[in-house]
Ligand binder design. Structure first.
Ligand SMILES: [Zn+2]
Length: 358
């Protein structure tokens, strides 16, 4: 699917550049009075049309495939409503970020990619900060954990590891999916641990504690700020590579695509597809960085929750949406979490070393 996604994006870029859609859009916005208004109008039309052209693939991946695997709880209308909410967010915030990037290109010239990296860093930090309080509520409801022994055990483990108990929430993920999951989101004052209701409904108290131990690991080990640093560095490298490739391609095909230079907003479809190609090729690097921190959280969680059996059986349950025993190469390239096989092995090793196998 990752490969098809990139090939599809290449096709969309071809519609804009080779088939002349970009030329048409530039003519359409050309009568607006100011340069930044023309850029903004082009960017919003570009985002809207890219969304529409990619719609068949999004429906297949997000709706039909989820249903084919029995993972979705959504009707088509519910799915479409959320897809439109996401489109609205990208039209408002995505276009502001792209507008800021074009301002950097026009002001800073060749060194735009350094300013661009700074802009990307600010955008990433703000979106993570806003995630749990402004973005997630558009899709799901968060509530305190329901009273009972599970809540008592979870909050006790949180307090023991220095995580304030009012930073632990239950989220109604069953609105969208049957998947068991939990996560840490937010930054600074908005950071929180969220358990999804499927986890609470489909797992034993021991399994829930094992998963929460893992999430507390992300929280205590500051994984979110660390990931931001890595991602910003990779994006900076990406901007630099994209800048180089863009100049090469425009020198050759610029007249045919009606793209003058980097400051020409008509080159946005080319910039976007070059960046997605770069990010696609960087997938194993992204996955390995994330998977390494997931492994750290696994170890933290085993020590914090002391539920190796619960952790192992949850890893097996997750195989309904993650291949449980991939080859080592598959795990390095495609897996952003340790495989079920690796996790069961870690849990059983922990059990043997700590409890003598009892
Ligand atoms: Zn994790």
């Amino acid at each position: 699917m990752e490969l098809w996604g990139v090939l599809y994006a290449l096709g969309v870029a071809a519609v804009f550049l080779s088939a002349g859609l970009s030329r048409y859009l530039k003519a359409l916005v050309g009568r607006l009075p100011r340069a930044w208004l023309r850029t903004l109008a082009y960017v919003m039309l570009y985002l809207l049309l890219t969304w529409a052209l990619s719609f068949p693939l999004s429906v297949y991946m997000g709706y039909f495939r989820e249903h084919a695997y029995g993972m979705s709880n959504q009707t088509f209308g519910e799915w479409l409503g959320e897809a439109l909410t996401s489109l609205g967010l990208s039209l408002v915030f995505g276009s502001l970020v792209i507008l800021a990037l074009y301002a950097a290109v026009r002001q800073a010239g060749r060194s735009w990619w350094m300013w661009g990296t700074g802009i990307a860093a600010v955008a990433i930090v703000l979106s993570i900060f806003a995630g749990p309080v402004f973005i997630s509520p558009l899709f799901n409801k968060s509530t305190p954990l329901p009273a009972g022994p599970v809540r008592a055990a979870i909050l006790s483990m949180a307090r023991a590891n220095g995580v304030p108990a009012d930073n632990v929430y239950l989220v109604d993920a069953s609105r969208q999916t049957k998947r068991i999951s939990a996560n840490v989101s937010g930054m600074g004052s908005t950071i929180r641990v969220s358990l999804n209701d499927n986890l609470l409904n489909r797992c034993t108290p021991q399994e829930v504690q094992a998963v929460l131990g893992h999430e507390l690991g992300h929280y205590v080990l500051n994984h979110i700020p660390k990931m931001v640093v890595f991602f910003v560095l990779i994006i900076g490298l990406g901007f630099w590579v994209v800048d180089w490739a863009f100049r090469k391609l425009v020198a050759q095909y610029g007249p045919r695509w009606d793209v003058a230079d980097l400051s020409d907003v008509g080159g946005l479809p080319l910039l976007a597809v070059l960046l997605s190609l770069f990010l696609f090729l960087a997938t194993p690097v992204f996955n390995t960085i994330i998977r390494t921190s997931e492994q750290e959280a696994d170890m933290f969680g085993l020590n914090a929750a002391r539920q190796p059996d619960g952790f192992a059986s949850t890893a097996i349950k997750l195989s309904e949406y993650r291949k449980i025993d991939p080859t080592p190469l598959e795990e390095i390239i495609f897996f952003d979490h340790p495989s079920g096989h690796t996790r069961v092995q870690s849990a059983m090793r922990w059990k043997a070393e700590h409890l003598g196998g009892k």
